[in-house]
Design a protein around this ligand. Structure first.
Ligand SMILES: Nc1ncnc2c1ncn2[C@@H]1O[C@H](COP(=O)(O)OP(=O)(O)OP(=O)(O)O)[C@@H](O)[C@H]1O
Ligand code: SF4
Ligand SMILES: [Mg+2]
Length: 334
């Protein structure tokens, strides 16, 4: 494999849930890539399909969900087509995941050290002694000072921030090529959040892991990501490098997300929130899925679904405003 080759290439992924109320198109034709060592951020409101995208890549979609279309190429191998056994080998080895809630991800009955060592032994050819050594090394790496002592602690003896560090240690203990972090800091308080983010930044430098970080918090994304994917109602509606996306968002939804995020310099008491909510499966609008909430909506938007087009800047946007030429959208209510 050459280094230029993309680590992950997701093409037209469709993951649907077949419920008795109908079919939920949670991920509906999503495409993106992650390069070696790159951090891709995924943002979007609740219900936009961020977690289902990450679960699909990890092979964790269960009934009533199903990947009904598309490809997930990891180092060129389609994960939707490989056997369960092969997939299991990749999970926790080449691809690791950190979930939102560390309390539910650690086994409360087993000591921390055992849980890390067990993962190392499962995925690498190491004996118990070597695995213990590596576990302690990993605990130190994620900033746990009394690593030798904490190796023998149970999860309930640790704070939420510490438990999340342990989860990161487990996720990184096999030097994964790809780390998927789904809202890794949401359950933590702000100071611990900042520590965990800076930790993830350092570790990425350290072992050149590619990261897919999911958050509804634009601050977290701005801090960590190189490139950002904005999702809405199961689709990618904008993609660009982190600097361009925050400086000059092209999609009205991205602009809305940015305007509804508090900034330190904000003097306004009320932030502009986007009116309405992400549409549910039975109320998917015709045309542009965002049109009932969009203040720029035109006649065309009601019946014609925009495609994801590439702009000269290299960004991508799914919006008719940019059909003929790239424009800078300005929110006049500002
Ligand atoms: N097990 C399931 N059964 C039925 N529908 C599901 C299931 N899991 C997810 N969905 C639906 O898929 C859609 C996308 O959900 P997803 O969890 O990916 O959203 P999200 O962007 O991660 O939101 P959040 O920010 O709240 O985590 C939602 O409409 C959700 O109801
Ligand atoms: S296509 Fe139309 S409705 Fe959709 S975001 Fe663009 S302007 Fe708004
Ligand atoms: Mg989620």
């Amino acid at each position: 494999m050459t280094l230029q080759e993309k680590l992950l290439e997701v093409k037209e992924l469709k993951t649907y849930f077949m419920t008795n109320r109908g079919v939920t198109r949670s991920v509906d034709g999503v495409s993106f890539t992650i390069e070696h060592g790159e951090v891709l951020g995924i943002v979007g409101e609740s219900g936009s399909g961020k977690s289902v995208t990450s679960y699909s890549v990890m092979g964790l979609v269960d009934e009533p969900g199903e990947i009904v279309g598309g490809e997930i190429l990891f180092e060129g191998k389609d994960l939707t087509k490989i056997s369960k056994k092969e997939l299991k080998k990749l999970q926790g080895n080449s691809i690791s995941m950190i979930f939102q809630e560390p309390v539910t991800s650690l086994n409360p009955l087993l000591k921390i050290g055992y849980q890390i060592s067990e993962n190392i032994i499962l995925h690498q050819s190491m004996n118990k002694r070597m695995a213990k050594q590596k576990s302690i090394e990993m605990l130190k790496k994620v900033g746990i000072a009394r690593a030798n002592e904490l190796y023998n602690a149970y999860p309930h003896e640790l704070s939420g921030g510490m438990r999340q560090r342990v989860m990161i240690a487990i996720a990184l203990s096999c030097n994964p090529k790809l780390l998927i972090a789904d809202e890794p800091t949401t359950a933590l308080d702000v100071t611990i959040q900042a520590q965990i983010l800076s930790l993830m930044k350092n570790l990425r430098m350290d072992i050149n892991t590619s990261v897919m970080i999911i958050s509804h918090d634009l601050g977290v994304i701005a801090e960590l990501a190189d490139r950002v994917l904005v999702m809405y109602a199961g689709q990618v509606i904008e993609e660009g490098n982190v600097f361009d996306l925050f400086k000059s968002p092209k999609h009205p939804y991205t602009l809305g997300l940015i305007n509804s995020t508090p900034k330190i310099t904000d003097t306004k008491e009320l932030l502009d929130s986007i009116p309405g909510t992400v549409p549910g499966p039975s109320e998917m609008p015709t045309g542009c899925r965002f049109h009932p909430r969009c203040k720029f909506a035109m006649k065309k938007c009601v019946n014609h679904e925009p495609f994801l087009q590439k702009l000269s800047s290299g960004s991508k946007v799914r919006c008719w405003l940019h059909e003929e030429k790239e424009v800078n959208i300005v929110d006049e209510s500002e």
